[in-house]
Design a protein around this ligand. Structure first.
Ligand SMILES: [Zn+2]
Length: 444
């Protein structure tokens, strides 16, 4: 016999089914069980009634409304035109097994594709047919805004998404264009290199510059506990030998504290990792909290910008921000100071009216504002393309070094691919538009 699911089951005698320890409906009902899958066999009794048998390993506890069901013992069935035998049951019993009428399934956005599996008779004598929801096809969800077209992105259809995007872009552009009246000498950009991404890892390099493009600190740091960091060494190129004669973080603390005290904002690309390490230059929580209030994350702002202007782009590492905003490297890419310069320029491009004064020539250098795409299918191809885009100062950098800067091709999530390119970086959740992806946007 062929089942609605397409499976074929053998006919056997009740004795044979019993020998195999198969369970009939009557037995299942007595044990308050219900099948978790198709029957595995059937028998025909003297009256031509079908008895189904179920595998005892594929049963689950029945819903309470099925526990006492006298009808089970004297089952009424009906043979459909195609020969399928269906059982009579009321709506509640049917629902407990996942059987519904065609109308109800349509309301639940399912299309009936299989034969009915049960029936009932109305008071007026007409027949109701039930269909198995598991054998029905789920229709795509409609747009959360117009309710008509199928969804494309952010629970919206293409047209509604485009309209919503235009509104968000306009809001984002207005937010970024707002004058902030910041003093260039009181806005600092910083980048740390670490022995790893965990709390117990240590800072081995600190680079800080102000929004005038003036380097305030660019030093290696000798860690107190860590002796080697093979994994991250490949990324930032800082070896244990290089930091042997460097100052310790303790020695830098007075300078750092003074610098931070005289700053209104401290900005980094992927600031949360950096903050979680640099905060320990302060001992009290209130001091750490005061520092936190000044921290801004360029990656979060870039992700918002990218969602509004390049919604199809998925990578959001520093190199991707530079490409999207038309910025080339100054210095050796991914050296701490080059990253800091790049971060400063990304911020300058994102917030053109952030400061009271326009960008000095040193800051505007290499900022064309003309976005370019990093091309290539493989990481090396993309890296080679990036190397091409670099200015003369960094042309010597090999494609292989640049490859370390690029997030993995396979990695399409913002969470991992922006900010530090450490493979196992936890990353922080961008607070831009990403966070409320699941919220239904207002209809515009
Ligand atoms: Zn729509």
């Amino acid at each position: 016999m062929k089942l609605p699911s397409g499976a074929s089951i053998p006919r056997m005698t009740p004795e044979e089914a019993d020998r195999r320890r198969y369970l009939s409906h009557a037995l299942l009902n007595r044990m308050h069980l219900t099948p978790a899958g198709d029957p595995v066999a059937y028998s025909l009794d003297g009256d031509g009634q079908t008895q189904y048998y179920y595998d005892p390993n594929r049963v689950v506890e029945a819903a309470p409304e099925l526990w006492y069901r006298p009808a089970m013992e004297t089952r009424e069935t009906r043979t459909l035109e195609n020969g399928t035998v269906v059982e009579k049951m009321n709506t509640r019993q049917a629902a407990a097994r996942g059987y519904y009428t065609r109308e109800r399934l349509n309301q639940m956005r399912y299309d009936v594709t299989a034969e009915p599996v049960a029936y009932n008779v109305r008071g007026d004598g007409s027949t109701i047919l039930f269909y198995d929801k598991r054998a029905a096809l789920r229709r795509p969800l409609p747009c959360a805004c117009c309710g008509k077209e199928p969804r494309y992105k952010r629970k919206l259809c293409r047209a509604c998404f485009e309209r919503d995007l235009a509104v968000r872009r306009a809001q984002g552009d207005a937010y970024r264009a707002e004058p902030r009246f910041m003093d260039r000498s009181r806005v600092l950009f910083f980048d740390l290199e670490l022995t790893g991404v965990y709390d117990h890892d240590e800072i081995i390099s600190v680079s800080i510059m102000d929004a005038n493009g003036e380097v305030r600190m660019d030093t290696l740091v000798k860690p107190l506990h860590k002796k080697k960091w093979n994994r991250t060494e490949k990324i930032h190129g800082i070896t244990p030998a290089m930091v042997q004669d460097a100052p310790t973080l303790d020695e830098l603390i007075p300078t750092l504290k003074e610098m931070f005290e005289n700053a209104d904002n401290l900005i980094a690309f992927g600031a949360s990792t950096d903050y979680s390490h640099i905060k320990y230059i302060y001992e009290t929580e209130s001091e750490q909290e005061a520092l936190h209030k000044k921290i801004r994350c360029a990656a979060i702002e870039f992700v918002r910008y990218q969602n509004e202007h390049f919604p199809d782009n998925t990578h959001a590492a520093l190199v991707d921000a530079m490409a999207a905003l038309g910025i080339t490297w100054d210095g050796i890419p991914h050296s701490s100071i080059a990253d800091t310069i790049a971060c400063m320029k990304v911020w300058e491009a994102l917030f053109p009216n952030y400061y009271t004064t326009p960008a000095p020539e040193a800051v505007a250098h290499g900022m064309t504002g003309i976005p370019y795409q990093l091309e290539g299918d493989s990481k090396l191809e993309r890296a080679a393309h990036l190397a091409e885009k670099m200015n003369a100062a960094s042309a010597a950098v090999s494609a292989e070094t640049a490859a370390e800067l690029l997030p993995d091709q396979e990695d399409d999530g913002y969470g991992d691919s922006y900010g530090d390119s450490y493979g196992d970086s936890e990353g922080e959740e961008p607070t831009g538009d990403n966070r409320d992806m699941e919220e239904v946007p207002a209809c515009v």
